[in-house]
Design a protein around this ligand. Structure first.
Ligand code: PEP
Ligand code: MN
Length: 321
């Protein structure tokens, strides 16, 4: 739940007081206005007290409003959803090249990390807000949607200003304060499976978001840790089929982070689509060898073009069988 106040509006002090008195967790951030994000649940009597202060119940909407509902687009399964782009946003030139190619292939979702969860502290950590701006700029040029990761709840307002879908990374699937806070946004949440999470734990993580009032969940299978060293992670194809049996959520397969190598990206994507995935998320880079992160798994633009044709054929074949 988000309450937004003009800088001069003192009613926020009364709201903060009542939240503190009631032991409800919240955080305050300052933009051109002041935002009080309520992280706990408000009971009807507290809501009533807030209304009595002349503060109306807020809308869940944040400033950037997607014109077409991306969630419905993915859920409708009219076409295979393809989310593609670099692992990390690196430069204007990189996104210009990639988005032009995505657009020519009628790919509607642009991915790219502006905040990168890197295993090694010295690795490239992303461009931050500059990366978000580039994503929005090039997505808008071609009427595409932006899918990008939010690593921490303090980043939610900023990322939500630029993104259409908020990604929770594998390393954060168990971050319950982040998940709860995402429940108070109205943007779809693409929840990646924790690399060591069971299917039940993954679905329980989704419930943290839905309890907060946001049921636009997209689940993304990206491989789990096993003893097999040939791949970065083992793609759990069964999980895709099981999620389809146990929930209504759309499922996306991410063959890039499962494989960790570009030559396995297509077969794993096809396996995921055959198992019932509604879409694929794949990493593509103008010059994979020069990528600042996940270079070994990125497809180059020509490989990506073949990839798109092949996974679309697989999806169409699955519809007719
Ligand atoms: C990503 O999609 O760039 C990413 C970091 O993936 P994961 O969280 O699955 O490792
Ligand atoms: Mn990556």
């Amino acid at each position: 739940m988000i309450y937004s106040f003009a800088n001069t509006d003192q009613r926020r002090t009364s709201l903060i007081e009542i939240l503190q008195r009631s032991g409800i967790d919240f955080e305050v951030s300052e933009h051109d206005h002041i935002v009080v994000r309520v992280l706990g649940r408000l009971t009807p009597d507290i809501e009533q007290k807030i209304r009595e202060m002349g503060i109306s119940i807020p809308s869940l909407k944040l400033s950037h409003q997607p014109e077409v509902d991306s969630y419905e687009q993915i859920r409708s399964k009219r076409e295979l959803t393809i989310i593609a782009g670099p692992c990390a946003v690196e430069s204007e030139e990189q996104l210009a090249t990639i988005t032009e190619r995505l657009h020519s292939l009628k790919v509607r979702f642009l991915r790219g990390g502006a905040y990168k969860p890197r295993t090694k502290v010295d690795s490239f950590q992303g461009l931050g807000v500059a990366g978000l701006r580039l994503l929005r700029k090039f997505a808008d040029r071609y009427s595409m949607k932006v899918v990008t990761e939010v690593m921490d709840r303090s980043q939610i307002d900023t990322v939500a200003e630029y993104a259409d879908i908020l990604q929770v990374g594998s390393r954060n699937m168990f971050n319950y304060t982040l998940l709860t806070a995402l429940g108070s946004t109205n943007l779809p949440v693409l929840l990646k499976r924790g690399m060591s999470a069971t299917i039940s734990e993954w679905l329980s993580a989704a419930e943290y978001v839905t309890r907060g009032g946001n049921d636009k969940i997209i689940l993304c299978e990206r491989g789990i840790r096993t003893f097999e060293p040939e791949v970065a992670h083992t793609l759990d194809v069964a999980a895709i089929a099981i999620i389809k049996l146990r929930s209504e959520y759309p499922v996306i397969v991410d063959p890039s982070h499962a494989a960790g190598r570009s030559d396995l990206v297509l077969p794993l994507a096809r396996a995921g689509v055959a198992a019932g995935a509604d879409g694929v998320m794949v990493e593509v880079h103008p010059q994979p060898a020069k990528a600042l992160s996940d270079a070994a798994q990125a497809l180059d633009p020509d490989q990506f073009e073949m990839f798109v044709t092949s996974v679309r054929n697989c999806f169409t074949a699955g519809k007719t069988t």
